[in-house]
Design a protein around this ligand. Structure first.
Ligand SMILES: [Zn+2]
Length: 298
């Protein structure tokens, strides 16, 4: 297998821990280069730490809370994103500082990501499934759409007009899910959006849990991280026939030289019951939340 250069783009630091983070950890372990772009600091997302602080008597609160500013909170969030990237083995983390909850599809954002694609030169791009499935225009699918438009832009540059060459190196895009947009099945005849690629993340589920342990600002550490892994990644694993999994959807069907029969299909054995034994258990993962994670300033 050759080495891949993978670009992952998400709206918020939390997405970099909760979505395709197991897959990112797997590819980092096999020596692939991963660049993680997080377009906002998630500075208005699930303000659990702030709510917990405000619930404390004043003398028990973080002493820096009194002088809290947007920039100070963004630093706190940036540290979380950095710790997540380190646990997953990400080679480079890029925070773009767009405004949380205000990601709109615009030309500047498309060109900012196009510049990053030209610089990073990825073979693989992972981003959020770009279709709106809810009633609001949410940061997540908009980010996916900005990424797809940036890919269109980089492939259609003309040096004589634009001063840069076209970049055609992205071989494959994978859309990831947060859970809830996709059908609760891997049966392609079930109505709705059925993921077409499942990655077995069992061997790295501890890294995913420990990445989520960094999200103190959102209260994701501890029990919540283990609950997410067991309830959602475990459900995905149950659908995929392994302990824990992550689902993806590719934008286009794939052409092969002959019928695809990957090792997991060829090596398939009859199992009367798919038993969950010796596969690791996310809920027993030791905590990776450093004491400093609760402090607004270091
Ligand atoms: Zn998010």
């Amino acid at each position: 297998m050759s080495q891949f250069n993978i670009l992952v783009v998400y709206p918020h630091p939390a997405d970099s821990a909760t979505e395709a983070s197991g897959t990112v950890a797997l590819h980092a372990e096999r020596g692939d280069k991963v660049t993680s772009v997080v377009v906002t600091h998630g500075e208005r997302h699930h303000m659990q730490w702030l709510a917990d602080q405000k619930a404390l008597p004043e003398d028990k609160r973080d002493p820096n809370l009194k002088s809290l500013t947007l920039d100070g909170y963004k630093d706190f969030k940036a540290r979380e994103a950095e710790r997540i990237a380190e646990i997953l083995g990400v080679h480079e983390l890029i925070l773009l500082g767009w405004t949380d909850h205000e990601i709109y599809f615009d030309l500047d954002k498309v060109h900012q990501l196009a510049d990053i694609i030209r610089r990073v030169k990825p073979d693989i791009v992972i981003t959020r499934f770009p279709s709106d499935t809810g009633s609001t225009t949410n940061d997540h699918p908009v980010t996916g759409r900005i990424v797809m438009k940036a890919l269109e832009v980089v492939t259609n540059r003309v040096r004589e007009f634009d001063g840069v060459d076209a970049y055609h190196g992205v071989k494959q895009v994978f859309f990831s899910f947060a859970g809830g947009e996709e059908s609760n099945s891997n049966d392609v005849f079930v109505p709705g959006i059925v993921p077409d690629v499942w990655v077995d993340t069992t061997s790295v589920i501890d890294k995913k849990v420990q990445a989520m342990d960094q999200l103190v600002s959102q209260g994701y550490e501890g029990e919540t991280a283990r609950w997410i892994a067991e309830a959602r990644d475990g459900r995905w694993g149950m659908i995929a026939g392994c302990a824990y999994a992550e689902p993806f959807l590719r934008p286009q069907a794939i052409t092969y030289d002959s019928l695809p029969m990957p090792p997991r299909v060829v090596g398939k054995q009859y199992r009367a019951t798919v038993l969950h034994t010796d596969r690791g258990t996310a809920r027993n993962t030791p905590s990776a939340t450093p004491p400093d994670a609760y402090r607004l300033k270091l």
